[in-house]
Design a protein around this ligand. Structure first.
Ligand code: BV8
Ligand code: ZN
Length: 248
């Protein structure tokens, strides 16, 4: 007899909820999909990011060297957009989950800062943060530099050009952060992957590292991803609807 997939989902949600409740060390990995319901465009959705540019052309050191004004305009557009929206029930549910578990680590690929706004504490922003700025010469960091497009922002210390403190394509991730993330993946007993297309490396390797370390791995996404076949449970749905059910 055909079981409507909602009963399947109810069972899956109950199973995953129980597994999370018993987690000794939970690792959560999020991507652009968890911010989608806040109105932040994802990178690969049909509403994609910036008009007729794709991010991989703009989020690179080469693009910044060639045309810093264009790249700053792109990041200013995103900072503007994100300053007008708010965190959604998915972000809030993760903050509640963190409170109720003994050991919780949140690794996010998002640079929008919405997890922190929602109250999450133990966050690793593995690709940096849109609200952070650093000097492209001397690496001096500046908190939330509001950039007016008239003149490009320059470093007070060395006069170098300031840039968004995010990890661009082709740039290495912070070595310490990556090591901490890999250790957490190897030692967690549950990994929950939410709203990421798992296409960007080295972060996309986390689910397999966790599985090799013996973890139970679950995924919440509106569609299947390259990790779906290799993990224990996938719940197809919106993070803003599923996550509150898991922490209720
Ligand atoms: C590096 C910060 C060493 C900037 C970002 C060729 C082959 C293989 C690899 C490479 C290659 N060439 C280069 C590489 C390496 C490259 C890479 O992996 N490229 C990919 C594209 C193939 N990686 C790098 O360059 C990394 N550095 O490797 O250094 C090195 C050194 C020199 C040369 C080579 C390598 C650095 C990567 C970091 C880039 N910076 N962000 C910024 O944001 O402006 S990446 C950026 O894109 C995000 O941070 C995130 O990581 C990624 C977006 O991915 P997602 O978050 O998954 O978002 P996406 O839109 O893709 O998916 C959304 C998902 O949500 C979908 O699955 C959708 O179904 C789902 N969804 C939608 N709505 C909902 C939902 N789910 C639930 N609920 C909903 N409501
Ligand atoms: Zn400087």
């Amino acid at each position: 007899m055909h079981r409507s997939d909602t009963t399947m989902d109810d069972e899956k949600i109950a199973f995953l909820k129980e597994r999370l409740r018993r987690a000794k060390k939970l690792m959560v990995l999020t991507g652009a999909g968890i911010s989608a319901e806040s109105g932040v465009p994802t990178f690969r959705g049909q509403d994609g990011l910036w008009q007729n540019y794709n991010v991989t052309d703009l989020a690179t050191p080469q693009a910044f060297a060639a045309n810093p004004k264009l790249v700053w305009a792109f990041y200013n557009w995103r900072r503007n957009l994100i300053s007008q929206i708010k965190e959604n029930p998915a972000h809030q549910a993760l903050a509640i989950l963190e409170e109720s578990l003994p050991d919780f680590t949140l690794v996010t690929q998002n640079v929008d800062g919405l997890h922190r706004r929602a109250g999450s504490k133990n966050i690793i922003e593995i690709h940096g943060n849109l609200w952070q700025v650093k000097c492209s010469q001397c690496r001096q960091k500046y908190i939330d530099m509001s950039v007016n497009m008239g003149t490009l922002p320059l470093c007070k210390i060395c006069g170098g050009l300031l840039r968004p403190d995010v990890v661009w394509f082709g740039e290495n991730l912070d070595h310490q952060l990556l090591q901490r993330v890999e250790e957490t993946a190897q030692t967690c007993d549950v990994l929950l992957v939410i709203g990421t297309s798992c296409q960007v490396y080295p972060v996309a390797a986390i689910p397999m590292i966790a599985k090799n370390g013996g973890a139970f791995a679950g995924e919440i996404n509106t569609e299947e991803t390259p990790i779906t076949a290799g993990i224990d449970i996938t719940i197809i749905g919106k993070a803003g609807e599923i996550l509150p059910l898991l922490v209720k």
